[in-house]
Design a protein around this ligand. Sequence first.
Ligand code: FES
Length: 90
Amino acid sequence: MRLKKPAAHLLRVCTGLGCWQNGAREVLEAARAELGVAPGQAASNGQVALEETPCGFLCGMAPAVELDGQWRGQVTPEMVRRIVQEATRP
Ligand code: FES
């Protein structure tokens, strides 16, 4: 049961072993810094929630992130910053 309105977008960073070994820590940190929230929280404007997720079976393209159900691979910290900015663009 949710007690708060869900965020408009959900960004999930894979922290499975394959992604973790290929830069997911830096990607997660970049997403965290860009949104100003920890995993499990939503940005104060309610636009994007950040979550960690186990393996998304895209290990060959690690590190991987998912935005609103769409997976992207070989994500860099700069790419995840852009993904967040595009998701929060009015
Ligand atoms: S560990 Fe990230 S997709 Fe498999």
